[in-house]
Design a protein around this ligand. Structure first.
Ligand code: UN1
Length: 507
């Protein structure tokens, strides 16, 4: 089958379809309960995975700590060269890895391939950055003194990723960490272990060929206690976490109590605003991708639509018509636009949200049903709702779009901002006053604010992340690399006197 071929091509040994998968670098014992990797479109087990136990963590963490001591001495451009080779290896396996992503987490093949492309883009970005870990020089207030700063490697970094971007989010973190001189311990989602194994195989094949070991490690587990052990480990100065607000809060307080750094990328509740001047053809296409893409399971998914009241009928009519043509099915089948949700629990969360909308008095404009067939399929849904309803205020990881109306741009921006999350936002307009206000200091309060493009599908070149309950972290582009390094300020006195700062005379 497609998947067995892809697994073989990716170097993953399965004993038989549905058989166990194991490998020396994350576990050396096979007499333990296995973790199944399940295809959400069929509910069939793709393979059983041997997970890590606490003794594995000790070994993995020791290797990561030891490897850091040598890795930090490898010149950054050389570290970049290794990431360049990894990017090359990913290019060669893009099709197979894209298929595996599609198979294991249910996003359509185009989006699975897109995710691998995001890794490749990130590798290229990191290669360039490896020669640009710039520090500033400052003018000293004292004669014959020189002040400057340097960026040094930080240490082994723990990276915890979610099922919905099972490979790209690791790449955002791992490639910057690697060029920064850090080693990485990756705890992937237990819902996407095969993707993690495949990526790890690709990277470590390159690293081993070049004579490096222990730079990238994998901690596969579905035990929160084992993840907790990693988060508590004082040898890991940085924990990067992508996932829910609830878990992010716990991680932030655990890491905070040992005064480590947490880099958080948590929930979004992203809105598109359509004003009275917007180009609706653009807007409808962007909303379709934003609300239905990845079956509504991106942190950047469009969840709220805030429409000028004069355009409500037109916009909803166009959207309902477009939604009627969405082909739901196996994400690997051509023509399918929306695959399944990740698991049964996600379907129940969808169902609960639909019930809540109805109980609040909202109306379902289209969709609203769970599909009764193998796989975790639901209908993409549009509902008339009000912003303050608890169901609208929370992030439901499913394709549900809440529509509401506004009269003035101030009101639209206020509605956009009146949720606990602050990740992504977008305004469709042809009026410059509106677009400038939206991205001004009194506009959107999100980490990402777009004009005439949707809320999802950000490029890696910008810093990715958000404010408020989204957690404040920034990953991928711009100067996000700084999170993976420690800054050192150096003041050098090249004179023969010892003038004190602030003009102090002492003794
Ligand atoms: C996520 O959903 O965790 O902007 C990341 C986007 C993608 C990344 C999403 N580039 O939609």
């Amino acid at each position: 089958s497609t998947i067995q071929a892809a697994l073989k091509e990716l170097g993953i040994q399965t004993v038989n379809p549905g058989g166990s998968t194991g490998s020396e670098w994350w576990s050396d014992q096979s007499n333990r309960p296995v973790l199944p990797s399940i295809n959400p479109a069929t509910e069939e087990t793709i393979s059983d995975i041997i997970p890590c136990l606490s003794d594995d963590y000790i070994r993995i963490a020791n290797v990561s700590v030891d490897s850091f001591n040598t890795w930090r001495m490898v010149p950054a451009p050389k570290r970049g060269e290794l990431v360049r080779l990894i990017g090359q290896a990913l290019r060669e396996k893009k099709d197979e890895l894209g298929t595996l992503v599609s198979m294991e987490v249910g996003k359509i093949k185009a989006e699975g391939d897109g995710e691998v492309q995001e890794m490749i883009d990130m590798a290229d970005f990191a290669v360039g950055q490896s020669r640009m870990l710039y520090g500033a020089t400052m003018q000293s207030e004292r004669p014959a003194h020189r002040m400057s700063e340097q960026w040094h490697p930080l240490g082994p970094v723990g990276v915890i990723t979610a099922f919905n971007f099972p490979v790209a989010v690791w790449a955002w973190n791992a490639f910057l960490a690697a060029i920064a001189g850090d080693t990485v311990i990756w705890k992937p989602s237990p819902k996407a272990p095969l993707c993690a194994i495949a990526v790890q195989q690709i990277c470590n094949r390159v690293m081993h060929q070049q004579g490096y070991h222990g730079i990238f490690s994998l901690l596969i587990t579905d035990q929160s206690s084992l993840a907790e052990t990693m988060v508590q480990d004082p040898r890991l100065p940085l924990i990067s976490f992508t996932g829910s607000v609830a878990v992010g809060r716990r991680i932030a307080s655990t890491v905070g109590s040992r005064l480590g750094r947490a880099l958080l990328e948590l929930s979004g509740n992203n809105a598109v605003i359509i004003d009275e001047t917007a180009d609706l053809d653009l807007a409808v296409r962007a909303i379709l991708f934003g609300a239905v893409g990845t079956a509504g399971q991106r942190c950047t998914t469009t969840r709220r639509l805030i429409v000028h009241e004069s355009r409500y009928e037109e916009v909803t009519a166009k959207l309902v018509k477009a939604y009627a043509h969405i082909h739901i099915g196996n994400p690997l089948d051509p023509g399918v636009l929306m695959g399944p949700l990740i698991d049964h629990a996600a379907v129940e969360t969808y169902r609960a949200a639909i019930d809540d909308i109805k109980n609040e008095g909202g109306s379902i404009l289209c969709g609203g049903h769970v599909l009764h067939r193998p796989g975790h399929f639901v209908e993409p849904t549009i509902a008339r709702a009000e912003n303050h309803w608890p169901v609208v205020q929370r992030e439901t990881f499913a394709p549900i779009l809440y529509v509401m109306t506004f009269r003035t741009i101030d009101e639209a921006i206020r509605l956009q901002n009146e949720v606990p999350q602050g990740l992504s936002s977008a305004l469709f307009t042809t009026r410059v006053h509106h677009s400038e206000q939206f991205i001004s200091a009194v506009g959107s309060d999100c980490g990402i604010a777009n004009i005439n493009i949707g809320t999802s599908g950000a490029e890696i070149g910008g810093a990715f992340g958000g404010e408020k309950e989204t957690g404040g972290g920034r990953e991928a582009g711009s100067d996000a690399w700084k999170a993976y390094m420690r800054r050192q300020t150096n003041t050098v006195n090249w004179g023969t006197d010892l003038p004190l700062a602030q003009g102090i005379t002492f003794g």
